[in-house]
Design a protein around this ligand. Structure first.
Ligand SMILES: [Zn+2]
Length: 112
C-alpha cells in the first residue's frame, strides 16, 4: 500500500504567472476588512497569488457546524444517511457563502 494519499501537497501550475509547476503545501490566511478571511497560496517561483476561497463570519460558522456534524459519523448509533444528507446541505451552503463573499470582495473583477 502506498502512503501517497497522506501527502498534503497539491500539484499546481502557475497558469497566471510564470507557468512553472509547483506543489501547494499549505494555505496562507490573510484578514481583510469586514471579518473576511482570504485563504490563498503563492507560486514559489514568481510569488503570484492564487485565492483558494474567502470566508466571512457566517461561512466560518457553517464550517464549524459541518465539523460538528462530521463528528456524528463516528457514532455508530447515529443515523448515517441523515447525517450525510446534513453534511451535503451544509457543504452547499458553505460553497454558496464562499461565492457570495468572493463577489463582495472582488466586486466581479475579472483577473487577466
Ligand atoms: Zn509563478
Amino acid at each position: 500500500m502506498s502512503t501517497a494519499q497522506a501527502s498534503k501537497a497539491i500539484p499546481a501550475i502557475c497558469n497566471e504567472g510564470c507557468g512553472e509547476q509547483f506543489e501547494v503545501k499549505g494555505f496562507q490566511k490573510e484578514r481583510l476588512p469586514g471579518a473576511v478571511e482570504k485563504t490563498f497560496f503563492t507560486c514559489p517561483h514568481c510569488q503570484r497569488e492564487y485565492v483558494a476561497f474567502y470566508t466571512d463570519t457566517e461561512v466560518r460558522q457553517l464550517q464549524d457546524k459541518i465539523r460538528r456534524i462530521q463528528s456524528q459519523l463516528q457514532n455508530p448509533r447515529a443515523d448515517q444517511a441523515a447525517t450525510l444528507k446534513k453534511i451535503k446541505k451544509t457543504q452547499a451552503s458553505i460553497k454558496a457563502g464562499m461565492d457570495r463573499v468572493r463577489v463582495a470582495v472582488e466586486g466581479g473583477n475579472q483577473h487577466v
